[in-house]
Design a protein around this ligand. Structure first.
Ligand code: NAD
Length: 472
């Protein structure tokens, strides 16, 4: 038996402790989900909606407790995790609307009867969740997949099992039939057992490396639908405008959630002129004002620690590598040992003219590139194998039109942080950021497949329709 623990990254205190699910436990969960599938899929839609509404009521009841659990496990300030729980609650109405709009039933009259479009569930879905939004992101798969009639075996991140357990309690309160929603706790080997098992879909939010692994792993299992929501190396082009406002957009884009959002701006692209210089200075002085602290400190900090001391040490290695390649430290990256080994200081590195790897660094490090003109800015923005989010700060409509036309990313924002996203929109990326199955409003698309039918009440008319036949 292997034990799993999650720790408060700010204090090292144990938040959750339990057994990891081994391959045997995972396979019996999958077997239960398989048995539950036909009954759940056959329920009328409004019955599934009622269960999901009951889940929403359970979330509402536990709002503050759930925010606290997420904060303790991730170190995120309470203001942020309260917002995360609000997004989980909001997901229910959005998913019901999305399912009706994108995956409902349509009937067209035909001379013989009807053409009917239906959407059918895939079957048993494996859901693998990340640590950074351990409630909201797997919830963005779970709710639409259940509404569509799938059953689920969900493995939360090994760093956030308490959040996964709290979500499971809410689903239990929703009175789902046995086997419809199950949680298995564990790390890599539990995840491997899950994806090796009898599944019909893998709904994954996590790193691009794991996503690439799954693409290869499932190459010979084409019946398994893959929805891959992965990372990015996102550009923010800050071109003109009010320097203070622009600096706020940069800080929000790059440092919110201690840089642990998939949509964070990793690369700041500025003109090599007075605006660019003033902006970088303003970002630096705003970064100095960022309060770093524990999730329940008062006044509330802007950011907490990274997810673990190991993540902080790894980010330090990456920052040092950039500096060794020639990056200039406008504000250096530091592990704030005086606060605890997972706390870090956000960094601003000028990498103009430096050959830097096109990788995601999941930490508050923004790499600045100065460019001579807007063509060069666009080229720099698109010079990535990823394509999740991108942003432009500019009051110039013509530049925005070019940016929208030429940006290769799934989320492209103007005069708003790159992290700005709405559940009423699709959320997903191109290139190595995904596999063309965006989540959020479009999750309904990967949770069910379309089935087209020609339907006539009787067989009359078919014989008469045969042309080119010999007379009997
Ligand atoms: P991760 O890839 O390390 O892990 C995600 C989940 O997959 C975990 O539950 C983990 O146990 C499991 N897993 C990982 N490798 C596996 C394997 N080979 N077999 C089976 N299971 C495996 O990701 P993370 O560190 O938890 O999350 C951070 C990453 O997620 C960042 O790269 C971030 O950009 C990305 N992310 C993307 C989105 C999006 O919507 N595009 C949103 C949030 C986070």
């Amino acid at each position: 038996m292997t034990m799993l623990q999650s720790l408060d990254p700010a204090t090292g205190e144990v938040v959750w402790e339990g057994e990891e699910a081994d391959a045997g436990v995972v396979h019996s969960a999958l077997a239960r989900a398989r048995r539950a599938f036909p009954g759940w899929a056959a329920l009328p839609n409004d019955r599934r909606v009622a269960h999901v509404q009951a889940f929403k009521a359970a979330l509402e009841e536990r709002r503050e407790g759930l925010a606290t659990v997420i904060s303790r496990e991730t170190g995120k300030p309470l203001w942020e995790t309260r917002g995360e729980v609000a997004s989980m609650i909001g997901k229910v109405a959005i998913s019901i609307a999305a399912q009706a709009e994108r995956a409902g039933e349509r009937r067209n009259a035909m001379p013989f009867g009807e053409a009917v479009l239906r959407h059918r569930p895939h079957g048993v879905m494996a859901v693998l969740g990340p640590f950074n939004f351990p409630g909201h992101l797997p919830n963005g798969h779970n709710v639409p997949a259940l509404l569509a009639g799938n059953t689920i075996v969900f493995k939360p991140s090994e760093l956030t099992p308490a959040t996964g357990a709290a979500m499971a309690e809410c689903w239990a309160e929703a009175g789902l039939p046995d086997g419809v929603f199950q949680v298995v706790q564990g790390g890599r080997s539990t995840g491997e057992a899950l994806v090796a098992g009898e599944i019909d879909g893998l709904l994954f939010t996590g790193s691009a490396g794991a996503g690439a692994h799954f693409r290869r792993l499932f190459a010979d299992r084409p019946h398994v639908i893959l929805a891959l929501e992965l990372g990015g190396n996102n550009p923010l082009v800050a071109w003109d405008g009010d320097v203070e406002e622009t600096a706020s957009i940069v800080v929000q884009s790059s440092f919110v959630t201690t840089g642990q959002r998939c949509s964070c701006a990793r690369r700041l692209i500025v003109p090599d002129d007075a605006f660019g210089r003033d902006l970088v200075e303003a970002v630096d002085s705003l970064a100095r004002r960022v309060i770093i602290g524990r999730w329940n400190d008062e006044p509330q900090p802007y950011i907490g620690p990274l997810i673990s001391p190991a993540a902080a040490a790894a980010a330090k290695v990456r920052a040092d590598e950039l500096v060794a390649r020639g990056a200039r430290e406008l504000r250096s990256f530091k592990v704030l040992d005086c606060m605890g080994p997972a706390f870090v200081r956000p960094a601003i590195l000028d990498v103009t003219g430096v050959d830097v790897p096109d990788d995601e660094i999941f930490a508050p490090i923004v790499q600045v590139t100065r460019v001579p003109d807007f063509d060069a800015a666009l080229a720099a923005a698109n010079a990535t194998r990823f394509g999740l989010s991108a942003g432009l700060v500019s009051g110039d409509d013509a530049l925005w039109q070019r940016f929208v036309l030429e940006s290769r990313a799934g989320v492209v924002n103007r005069n708003r942080p790159t992290t700005g996203a709405a559940g009423s929109m699709p959320f997903g990326g191109l290139g190595e950021s995904g596999n063309h199955r965006p989540s959020a409003y479009y999750a309904a698309d990967y949770c069910a497949y379309p089935m087209a039918s020609f339907e006539a009440a009787h067989a009359d008319g078919n014989a008469a329709a045969l042309a080119g036949m010999l007379t009997p």
